[in-house]
Design a protein around this ligand. Structure first.
Ligand code: NAP
Length: 241
């Protein structure tokens, strides 16, 4: 089976790609600009005896997404991407009172429109094949809202609502759509945060590891998760539920 992970060159996406490769998926590793890191992930998968390929595109750019995925389909006409992990995401934090429109647009274009751009490309083939798993990496911010992140919170909240709506549209076709909402996870995205202070707010008293998120995604991507759809699953050490 074939899985596409967007933003698979680093952090949570990398851990998910490795997990899916261990589960014997052929993994399409999408990345934006960090080719070297993406190649490292590909090498790591190969060293595990797994199978993967690189596919560069900017999820925010509908033309790039369409071209890359159409080309992939032309070159793999007998294959269907049946597992999609919409993981690529960015932040551009700041209080709304000072926020420039471009900080708003960048985050909405990448996170929310990126979800649409990629999912819309793959949905029809999943429907025809009558099987699919769509897993959207959202955030605690999309559930509770986070001060300093109105743009990011809106983008993730939008994906959560879309997850619930899409799950209802395509459940009959044996396609599940779920969202995974991490709290603080160690990655480049959280690198600048004061971890010592923030972890005091987390009941388990630490940040999570990307691999812990990947385990949950691996389960949702599996056959065993066929009766879970339209859900938002928190993974945040007890920070919020
Ligand atoms: P990260 O370490 O910053 O990695 C981001 C990944 O997304 C990279 O692979 C990057 O590719 C890719 N990416 C960024 N913009 C892209 C674009 N326009 N098109 C394609 N790929 C793009 O982030 P992370 O912490 O692993 O976060 C992964 C997901 O989890 C995000 O959706 C984030 O919002 C969510 N999340 C993270 C946390 C956390 O605490 N870390 C918490 C809640 C939710 P390049 O390497 O090529 O730049």
């Amino acid at each position: 089976m074939i899985a596409l992970v967007t933003g698979a060159s680093r952090g949570i996406g990398k851990a998910i790609a490795l997990k899916l490769a261990r589960m014997n998926f052929h993994v399409i590793l999408n990345f934006h600009s960090n080719k070297e890191k993406a190649e490292d992930v590909q090498k790591e998968i190969a060293s595990l005896g797994g199978s993967s390929e690189l596919l560069q595109f900017d999820v925010a750019d509908i033309n790039e997404v369409t071209t890359a995925l159409e080309n992939w389909k032309d070159n793999n006409s007998d294959s269907v991407i049946q597992v999609l992990v919409n993981n690529a995401g960015v932040t551009s934090d700041g209080l709304m009172v000072f926020m420039e429109r471009e900080n708003w647009t960048k985050v909405i274009d990448t996170n929310l429109n990126g979800f649409f751009n990629v999912t819309a490309q793959l949905l029809k083939d999943m429907v025809i094949s009558k099987y699919g798993r769509i897993i959207n990496i959202v955030s605690i911010s999309g559930l509770k809202g986070t001060a300093g992140q109105t743009n990011y919170s809106a983008s993730k909240g939008g994906i959560i609502a879309a997850t619930k709506a899409l799950a209802q549209e395509i459940g009959k076709k044996k396609i599940t759509v779920n969202a995974v909402a991490p709290g603080f996870i160690v990655s480049d995205m959280t690198e600048g945060l004061p971890e010592k202070e923030l972890k005091k707010m987390v009941p388990v008293n630490r940040f999570g590891q990307p691999e812990e998120v990947a385990e949950l995604v691996g389960f949702l991507a599996s056959d065993k998760a066929s009766y879970i759809t339209g859900e938002v699953i928190n993974i945040n050490g007890g920070l919020y539920s």
